[in-house]
Structures are given as structure tokens and as C-alpha cells.
Design a protein around this ligand. Structure first.
Ligand SMILES: *[C@@H]1O[C@H](CO)[C@@H](O)[C@H](O)[C@H]1NC(C)=O
Length: 744
């Protein structure tokens, strides 16, 4: 039996696990963490000081005829005035990698040097690997497998159930040096099955006639050759974005705007785009304009300036709506409306990248859009590409190649096509009271559209002060966000393939891998994600996707354990399902092996990695896509009917009138604009709100949300709540018809 050969058995997976042994193990692990952490930091320091002279940077950026080479980034110059000697072709590196003085060069250890040499090549390839699809090259690793019949390898690695040979090999490759090979219970040539990854690479005689495959992996030093550059040029979704507009929305924060523009202009590809800054504070027009001018002339670029004036309330605005136009959310919503209208309706841009003054950008921020913009033309279910992953926290977002689809509009550096605006503008409410971004989210959800986002964000919040970013907790939250810093591999030609083969993002392919991985994955309960004394209650196996079926109401209790709420940030952002794809959230939960999993399969071993990832898919049991097994899913029960209540009524009242009863669990299915529209006029569109009586229609002409239908991304459902201004949408149990008298 396999189990008798498990690593670490008897050390910690049973009652024999003594306190003393645990204490020693934990101490040893902590010591190792400390030592490795220390060396790691040393290497990072060394890495930052490396001289990149051996790389051929001319391949990275090749200006098209007639286009001047942009200036060196100013930030780098300000910070390092002595570094004038940096050649223009090396500027890609200047912000992220050349922070140290040149004389501080230290020779890094060989693996680090290798990693850095490969960093100038595309890190994302054409092959899609892993349970969650990623074009991330296997750390430029090539593996060979030596078949040894009638043997087994000892010690299971991260395995749940025996699988096909190819799947077990994938897992084994993912585990790196912790996996020696694969053992299969029976072999039929390449169709071997019952295969599991094993730690040992020493085959032992198997009386059960198992067959083993010993792993032999090598780093591919030749990975950066011309061939790789050529394959990198073939991306059917790349788009020639020359002349595409980038619009930065700014208010009055000069320093932020300067940093934002410097960050953007430090990307050589910015020269391909038409740059705009839109200003909405007349008091600051002069000073902000001067700042823009200074940055523009320092970089020898032209930056168009748009001026947006205060909103004049419409004649039909009630007093509450007029008040709203003076508030920050009202002003920002007005700014976005004006900017969208100008960009798409007046200037007729086909696609525009929008960002705000308090953002900083990754070196491959523009490569993201250039590599993916064509997806929007080919997949009508996509309406945007955003640089921001709302759940892209350090530690839980690690794959620089993986892109995801989300039905939750993220904002913060996004590409929107004109075709989307033509639909959205028809529905834009007079007063999107919860903010333009929530209003966009409602529109995306209502129209069934999605955004492409990277697992690791390409934009980052910089401001300490902002309209919605103000508390220390929020700053901690933004600080906890991962921020990609790999250089762009794109040249200024039509084709940009920075993210490798992205065909997995097309709707049908994405749906089919998602269904497959959810079907196959082991399940966890939300309660198993909870932390106990700050530690996960572990039953999970690193690197294996686990599915957590959950209900909306359980989310707040599991967010922290899943790694979606960094320490000390509780309450800093609303608890909505950000980054979701129709109720599915992807997260790489961080796991510390010094906590013993109860299975014993991953018992700690001194010298092991300090931490590992458990890819989790949190799947809403009410997802309209029905990803889960039949008995895991929740649907609107067939003995409930949807009833529109009168103004001021609770759903309890509404159902009682019909001699029926309300069930709050059913109300979650009514939280939908399309359904509200079937029952109410919703003349002013649909919007998000927070409250106890949602979803509702607002007939009260005093409200700023007059004639809107309101649904919620956050609030839990209740039957008993009511509000004098609103009419609720309710779910009442269908009453069995009373026995009727005999037919006449
Ligand atoms: C891209 O990935 C798909 C699988 O998602 C695969 O079928 C296709 O062959 C790949 N394309 C290239 C050019 O390798």
C-alpha cells in the first residue's frame, strides 16, 4: 500500500505527534525560514545591482519609421542624477532594476544569474500548462522521464487521487526538486494510469509490478534565442494600437499627476499612444496644466489637456440629486461621463485606455493592452481589459503570465472600446449615487460582459490621500497588493505577445477548462479555510486546485482564511466578490508547511520551501453558470414565485397578503437588473446600493435614485426590511391551490 510509505508518517499525522517533536520542527522551520529569507534578500540586493551589459536591448524596442525615440524616464534621472550614462536602449530596466550604484555590483549565485538572463525573454510561452491555465514557461525547464518497469518510488507528493501519467508529471514538474518522479499502478505505454507524483528518485522493486518514471529536468539556457523571439511574435490577439488614446483623469494633485505621467512615460511603448490628461477642477487648471507641460517637454512628447467643467444639474433633478452633483462621488461620475463622451462620441476613438492621477504603472502596463486588445474584437462577451486585479495580493497572486476573466469591473487602468460605451451611455443614470465604478459593474453584469485582468496587477495606487482612499487600513490594503515588475518584451511593431498564448481566455475555452477543473477538484468547506490562532486549519495539499463551494452569506467569514483580506485591513473595502467570474474567485492561498496537514501526506520536512500555494477556486453555489455538482448548487426553488411589492412594503408583508411566506435565501436570485426590469419600469436604469431591503425600485421622487432599480453587490438579503421610498421585489412561496369544488 502506498500509504505505508508516506513521508513523515508517525511524526505528525496521528496522536503520536508529540508536543516536543512539533516544537523542534517548528523551531527548525523558523530557523530555516530566517536563514533562507536572509539569503534571499541578499540575492535580491545583488540582483538589483547587476550590470545588464550582456543583453541586447535593441531587440526590445524598435521605433517605427518616423517615430522619435522617447527620452529617458525622468524619475530615474531625478533619483539618480549620477546615472546619466544609461544608454537609451536600456531604459526599460532603469526604473526597476538599476536602482543601485554601478560600483555595488556583486556576482550573484548561478541560479539567480540565470533567472535574470532569462528575464529579458518572454516569460510567457505558447504552451498552456497547469490545472489553472497559464502560459508561464515552466521556469524555462525541460524535463525528461526515464521509464523503469516493475518499480515504485517512495513518498507521495501533493497528490489527491491517482491520475493519468501526464497530469502526475505536471504536478511533479510543478513541485520542482521536491518531486523525484511518478509511479503508476499499471502501464499501457503512454496510456499509463493510476499515477501519482513521488518524492524519491530511487526506484525500488515493486512486487505489484508498478511502473516508475524518473524525472530529469534542466534549465533551458538557450530559451532566449532568436527562435523564442520569433514565436513570441505570433499572437492573433495582438493589436496595432498606434494612435490609441490614453486618458488620465486628474483633479488637483500635482505631485501624484507628475509621478503618474513619469511612470507612464518611462514605458518606451508610450510613444505609440496619443496622450491626454483630463482636468476637472477649474481652480487647479493653471497649476495642473503647468505640471503637465513640464513633464511633456522633459520627455519631448505632446500631452493633450481636456478641461471639464462642473455639472449643471438637469431641469428634472430633484433637490437630492442636485446635492449629489456637489459631492465627490457625483463629481467623479460626472468627470467619467464627460471623458467617455468626449473620447468616444466627439473624437471617435475606437478604444481608449483610462487611468487616474494616483496610479503608477508596471513596465509591461502597455504590453498588456497591446497583447490582448484583439480579444475584444473576437469575443463579444468582453468589454474591457484592466491592469488591476482587486484580489491580486502579494503572496496570493504570483503568476505574471496568467490572465483571468472577471464579470466584476475593476477600473484602475482599463481599456474600454467604443462599442461598449455606445451601450453603457444609454443606461447611465442621472445620479449613480454609489459611484461610477459600481454603476459600471451593474452595467457589465446586466449585459453579461467581462473584463480581462492579470493575476498580478499592472497598476498600483500611489496616493496617501484620495477621494476614497483615506484610512490607514486602506493604505495597508494597497500596500499588500502585488505589482508586476517584469520588463515589457514588446517591440514597437504591430504584434505584441507579452502574455504568450492567450487563446484560453476566449469564452468557450475558458468555460470548458473551468468546468473541468471544478468537476475534478477536491472540495473544501468554507469552515476549513478559517484561521485558528492566525494559522490555517490545514487539510490542503499544495499546488492542487481545491474547490470551495460557498454561499454569499458565508463570504465575510472565509475571506481572511482564503487570503483575500490581508492582515489589519478588515473594513477597508466593502466585502463584495471582487475579481469574480460569475461567482468563481481564483486565489492562490499561501500555505506554510510547518503546519501539519491532517493527512500527513505533506508532513513538514526541514529544508523544504518556506511556503507553498494552494490554488483555490471559491465557487458561489448560486452561480448562474451552474459550475458545481447538482447537489452542491442552489437555484431559485420552483415553488417560489417572484412578486413585485408596493411602495413601503416588506417582503414579509407582500407574501403575507398572498397568505404565503417569504424566504430570504430565494431573494439572492432576484438581485438582478434584468429580472427587476421585468417587474418594474426602472426608467433611470439599474444601480448598486447598500441596504436591507434590496433589490428594489425607487418610486419616491424625493430620492436621488428616483426611478432607478437598485440591486446590491454587498448587503445580505432579508424578508422583513422595508423603506418608505422603495418597492421591493420578493420571492413568495407558491400556495398550493385550495381544493376546488367539483366542476359544474
Ligand atoms: C495555444 O493554446 C491552445 C490551448 O489553449 C492550443 O490548442 C494551441 O495550439 C496553442 N497555440 C500555439 C500557437 O501554440
Amino acid at each position: 500500500m502506498i500509504s505505508s510509505r508516506r513521508r513523515g508518517k508517525g511524526k505528525c499525522d496521528s496522536a503520536s505527534c508529540t508536543r516536543v517533536a512539533m516544537a523542534v520542527l517548528v523551531a527548525a522551520n523558523l530557523l530555516l525560514c530566517f536563514i533562507f529569507g536572509f539569503f534571499h534578500l541578499q540575492h535580491v540586493e545583488a540582483a538589483q545591482a547587476i550590470d545588464f551589459g550582456e543583453l541586447d536591448f535593441s531587440k526590445l524596442y524598435d521605433p517605427p519609421p518616423g517615430m522619435s525615440t522617447p527620452e529617458l524616464p525622468n524619475l530615474a534621472r531625478d533619483a539618480q542624477s549620477q546615472m546619466e550614462a544609461v544608454q537609451p536602449t536600456t531604459r526599460i530596466w532603469s526604473l526597476t532594476n538599476l536602482r543601485k550604484e554601478p560600483e555595488a555590483v556583486v556576482s550573484p549565485s548561478p541560479p539567480m544569474a540565470l533567472a535574470l538572463r532569462l528575464a529579458s525573454c518572454p516569460v510567457c510561452g505558447n504552451q498552456i500548462l497547469g490545472q489553472l491555465p497559464t502560459p508561464l514557461k515552466k521556469r524555462a525547464i525541460s524535463c525528461e522521464w526515464k521509464e523503469v518497469p516493475n518499480t515504485f518510488l517512495s513518498d507521495l507528493v501533493g497528490v489527491v487521487a491517482p491520475d493519468r501519467l501526464s497530469a502526475a508529471k505536471d504536478i511533479c514538474t510543478e513541485f520542482g526538486s521536491a518531486c523525484g518522479g511518478v509511479t503508476c499502478s499499471r502501464s499501457q505505454g503512454s496510456d499509463a494510469f493510476g499515477c501519482t507524483a513521488r518524492a524519491s528518485a530511487e526506484p525500488r522493486a515493486s512486487p505489484a509490478r508498478e511502473v516508475s518514471y524518473i524525472k530529469d529536468c534542466k534549465f533551458l539556457e538557450a530559451d532566449c534565442d532568436e527562435e523564442a523571439v520569433k514565436t513570441a511574435a505570433s499572437n492573433p490577439f495582438a493589436k496595432d494600437m498606434r494612435g490609441t488614446a490614453i486618458v488620465i483623469l486628474a483633479h488637483n494633485r500635482e505631485a501624484d499627476l507628475r509621478n503618474c505621467l513619469e511612470s507612464l512615460l518611462s514605458i518606451p511603448e508610450a510613444a505609440l499612444f496619443t496622450l491626454h490628461v483630463s482636468l476637472d477642477d477649474p481652480v487647479a487648471f493653471a497649476t495642473m496644466g503647468a505640471t503637465i507641460q513640464r513633464v511633456a517637454s522633459a520627455h519631448a512628447v505632446h500631452i493633450h489637456v481636456w478641461k471639464i467643467y462642473e455639472q449643471k444639474p438637469g431641469d428634472d433633478y430633484n433637490s437630492e440629486m442636485q446635492k449629489w452633483t456637489k459631492m465627490n462621488t457625483g463629481k467623479i461620475a460626472h468627470h467619467y461621463w464627460q471623458v467617455f463622451e468626449r473620447a468616444f462620441m466627439e473624437e471617435h476613438f475606437e478604444q481608449v485606455i483610462f487611468a487616474e492621477e494616483d496610479l503608477l504603472f508596471s513596465p509591461d502596463f502597455l504590453a498588456l493592452f497591446r497583447s490582448t486588445a484583439g480579444l475584444l474584437d473576437q469575443d463579444p462577451s468582453l468589454w474591457c481589459v484592466s491592469a488591476w486585479n482587486d484580489f491580486g495580493f502579494k503572496g496570493t497572486a504570483t503568476d505574471h503570465c496568467r490572465l483571468q476573466r472577471t464579470s466584476y469591473f475593476p477600473g484602475l487602468g482599463f481599456l474600454l472600446p467604443r462599442s461598449a460605451w455606445l451601450k453603457i451611455r444609454e443606461e447611465w443614470p442621472a445620479a449613480p449615487t454609489m459611484g461610477w465604478d459600481y454603476w459600471m459593474r451593474v452595467a457589465f453584469r446586466t449585459f453579461g460582459k467581462e473584463c480581462i485582468v492579470p493575476e498580478v496587477s499592472r497598476s498600483h495606487h500611489a496616493a496617501a490621500k484620495g477621494s476614497s482612499v483615506s484610512t490607514a487600513k486602506q493604505l495597508r490594503l494597497f500596500d499588500a497588493m502585488a505589482f508586476a515588475d517584469i520588463p515589457s518584451t514588446c517591440v514597437a511593431t504591430d504584434s505584441c505577445n507579452h502574455f504568450g498564448n492567450i487563446s484560453y481566455l476566449m469564452e468557450q475555452e475558458y468555460e470548458s477548462w473551468m468546468r473541468k477543473v471544478i468537476e475534478d477538484a477536491p472540495r473544501l468547506k468554507p469552515s476549513e479555510l478559517r484561521l485558528q490562532n492566525g494559522k490555517p486549519l490545514l487539510k490542503k495539499l499544495p499546488n492542487i486546485v481545491h474547490v470551495v463551494p460557498f454561499q454569499r452569506e458565508e463570504y465575510a467569514g472565509m475571506a481572511e482564511g482564503a487570503g483575500l483580506l490581508p492582515r489589519n485591513t478588515k473594513g477597508s473595502i466593502p466585502q463584495d466578490l471582487r475579481s469574480e467570474h460569475y461567482g468563481v474567485i481564483v486565489v492562490q492561498e499561501l500555505v506554510h508547511p510547518q503546519y501539519c496537514p491532517s493527512t500527513g501526506a505533506m508532513a513538514p520536512k526541514v529544508g523544504r520551501m518556506v511556503s507553498q500555494h494552494v490554488p483555490l477556486l471559491l465557487v458561489d453555489r448560486r452561480s448562474p453558470r451552474g459550475y458545481l455538482q447538482e447537489d452542491e448548487q442552489l437555484r431559485l426553488e420552483s415553488d417560489f414565485e417572484v412578486i413585485a411589492g408596493g411602495q413601503g412594503q416588506s417582503c414579509e408583508d407582500v407574501c403575507k397578503q398572498r397568505r404565503s411566506s417569504c424566504d430570504k435565501n430565494q431573494l439572492y436570485f432576484l438581485n438582478d437588473c434584468n429580472l427587476l426590469r421585468k417587474h418594474f419600469a426602472c426608467e433611470a436604469g439599474c444601480a448598486h446600493q447598500v441596504g436591507k431591503e434590496l433589490p428594489v425600485y425607487v418610486p419616491d421622487s424625493f430620492q436621488p435614485t428616483h426611478r432607478q432599480c437598485l440591486l446590491t453587490f454587498i448587503s445580505p438579503m432579508t424578508c422583513e426590511a422595508k423603506h418608505p421610498s422603495t418597492a421591493r421585489l420578493c420571492a413568495c412561496r407558491v400556495i398550493a391551490p385550495a381544493p376546488t369544488s367539483q366542476r359544474i
